[in-house]
Design a protein around this ligand. Sequence first.
Ligand code: ADP
Ligand code: MG
Length: 232
Amino acid sequence: MSKVVLQARNLRKVFQEGNLTMEVLKGVDLTLAAGEAMAIIGSSGSGKSTLLHLLGGLDRPTSGEVLLLGRPFSHLSERARSRLRNRHVGFVYQFHHLLAELDALENVMMPLMIRRTPVRQAKQRARALLEAVGLGHRLHHKPAELSGGERQRVAIARAMVTEPDCILADEPTGNLDSRTAEQVLALMLALNTEHKTALLVVTHDAAVAGKMQQIYRLQDGQMRQPVAAGAE
Ligand SMILES: Nc1ncnc2c1ncn2[C@@H]1O[C@H](COP(=O)(O)OP(=O)(O)O)[C@@H](O)[C@H]1O
Ligand SMILES: [Mg+2]
């Protein structure tokens, strides 16, 4: 059996606003192993982003736990979680979250700079990644000077540059036209097959989900059994 990269056990998340409480996740279990490509679908507001934030250690569950490579990720301090996340997780956000004042190359170098990789080496790796996503001619463009698809590809290069054990992607194709969306997905799937990077994509788009090996639906705060086999 492949190495388990991420595991969620009985995850619950309750949001409290004033005297209103909302239980968004009501006990989610999930296991993601190296080499797997999983989609989680669900309507808007079903809790997909919330779940991804918990899995990536960006937020903490109300109860339950997340294990990253067998370690109790969600119980760690913010600082320790950040360190583990930088080492093992690549995050592709819904709206890319690139730094506006940095160019494409600098944005992709950022996760390596955080872990104190020497600048020359970081630059070399970031350039190679940007070339791999077809942006070798856009190294010194700032996000505002790039198209939506180009920005999303920079974000994917940034998520991949540290060779993480898993990539968590929140609606990675949400604001792209269908052709660009397909290219972006193909890129992530290539990484998944070539490097065994575990891939977890949350989306409300059934066509995107159909490209993954496994599809689950998040509904009423719980994960439903596999919806269907993917396209392969
Ligand atoms: N930080 C927050 N505080 C309060 N409510 C939140 C917060 N984040 C998300 N929610 C609520 O949780 C529900 C699920 O949101 P979300 O995870 O963003 O859904 P999805 O990504 O599936 O569209 C929504 O009703 C949303 O308003
Ligand atoms: Mg969302």
